[in-house]
Design a protein around this ligand. Structure first.
Ligand SMILES: NC(=O)c1ccc[n+]([C@@H]2O[C@H](COP(=O)([O-])OP(=O)(O)OC[C@H]3O[C@@H](n4cnc5c(N)ncnc54)[C@H](O)[C@@H]3O)[C@@H](O)[C@H]2O)c1
Length: 382
């Protein structure tokens, strides 16, 4: 799908007044594919492992897309039942992963547990010849990630990662504009997010007590996006990060982070303020040699994206949101890749560079010096 019916041009006249109107040539020029693209066959059977909080977002998006979830597994059968009853009433439920993996009808396994137990589950699913969609963060050890990628390749199955941020509409347009060369060579990308994450996770001990909640569990989306924006430059050579706490935050771990990432002649910065209790906002500005993409909204996105080049000034209204497009987009891409016999764009190997940036930031925040992400394999232990 494209935005060609909805793109608008905002012209700034010589007096500085802005005028918004439709123009056919601008509409054609603004053709940017950023929405999830479904496979032809929607009914390829999916099994879900891990029916916790985030699984509700997965299942809502799959239901709305017309996908076919046939089995839901959780250690807690009550959680599996709850998700089944709400989203896929005719699915089977089990509390035994082997039951799900033994089902010949299940072709794709969506694994939405925490990362601590996920690699072992991914490996079991691959060995059962299932295609896998892993929640993020993909792994805690890049060596383990590489091994899983190789295991999947040898087994002839696809292993993709649910980096749903890539399909959030405001980020999907940004990535498409960079990928298509619309703004030339990307030279800088600056992101800032102010939101009350501490209050959101206050009653979830697994997150509220996670030392690297902001840099790792949340920040991985942004590190992943940055790695995709600068993918053609190879890995960055320096990551400098500092974290802090602030008065008024309601969790015991750092909520403030600032990160500077550099390549030769290119820079990315990221400011995360996760105990900001008023006036939530999220913004970015991505500069290229031939244009600029800018966005301002809430922490997970807003209403439009503006792309400015020498020839045009486009304000593009967005369709969908972080959750719906994100969870739909990651599974849609995996299903389409399976159907078309190609590598998905969210193949796990494309998650490793973003994880390396993230691990380097964690290391830098401990040591107080820049860290070369090409040298890190695992995040710091404490
Ligand atoms: N992509 C996103 O935007 C996003 C948002 C929130 C969370 N997440 C990620 O999703 C993951 C899960 O987060 P959550 O909040 O849903 O956690 P959760 O604790 O609510 O859910 C995890 C579920 O996995 C189940 N589980 C654990 N081991 C299992 C096993 N061996 N077999 C079957 N079930 C098992 C647990 O019983 C639990 O129900 C985390 O990695 C988190 O970072 C991603």
């Amino acid at each position: 799908m494209s935005i060609d019916e909805t793109a608008r041009e905002t012209r700034i006249d010589s007096a500085g007044a802005s005028e918004t109107h439709s123009r056919q040539e601008t509409v054609r020029e603004a053709r940017i594919d950023y929405l999830p693209r479904d496979p032809v066959e929607l009914s390829r059977p999916i099994g879900l492992i891990g029916a916790g909080n985030i699984s509700g977002m997965h299942l809502a998006a799959y239901r709305d897309a017309g996908y076919n979830v046939v089995c839901i597994c959780d250690n807690s059968i009550d959680r599996a039942r709850g998700r089944r009853d709400e989203f896929f009433p005719s699915a089977n439920i089990t509390d035994d992963v082997d039951d799900l993996l033994a089902r010949p009808d299940v072709q794709v396994v969506d694994i939405a547990t925490h990362v601590d137990v996920r690699p072992a589950l991914i490996e079991r699913a691959i060995r059962a010849h299932k295609h896998v969609l892993s929640q993020k963060p993909f792994v805690k050890d890049l060596g383990v990630g590489a091994r899983l990628i190789n295991t999947a390749r040898r087994a002839g199955v696809r292993l993709a990662v649910n980096q749903n941020g890539r399909w959030a509409p405001h980020f999907a347009i940004m990535l498409a504009a960079a990928r298509d060369g619309r703004i030339g060579t990307v030279t800088s990308a600056d992101f800032a997010v102010y939101w009350p994450h501490d209050k959101i996770v206050a009653d979830m001990p697994a997150f509220a007590n996670m030392r690297d909640l902001v840099l790792y569990d949340f920040g991985i989306h942004w590190f992943d996006l940055i790695s995709r924006l600068f993918a053609d430059r190879g890995q960055a050579h320096s990551v400098y990060a500092a974290v802090n706490s602030r008065p008024g935050q309601v969790i015991p771990v750092p909520t403030e982070a600032q990160i500077i990432i550099t390549w030769e002649n290119a820079t990315a910065t990221l400011v995360l303020r996760a105990a900001s209790h008023r006036l939530e906002s999220g913004s970015y500005r991505v500069e290229g040699t031939d244009g600029v993409v800018v966005h301002t909204g809430l922490s997970l996105g807003g209403n439009d994206v503006r792309i400015v080049t020498d020839d045009s000034d486009l304000v593009i209204p967005l369709q969908g949101d972080w959750w719906q497009n994100g969870m739909h987009g990651t599974m849609a891409e995996l299903l389409s890749a399976i159907e078309e016999g190609r590598e998905p764009s969210n193949d796990a190997r494309h998650s490793l560079p973003g994880l390396a940036l993230c691990f380097a930031a964690m290391e830098s925040s401990r040591r107080g010096v820049p860290v070369d992400p090409r040298t890190v394999v695992v995040p710091p232990e404490d």
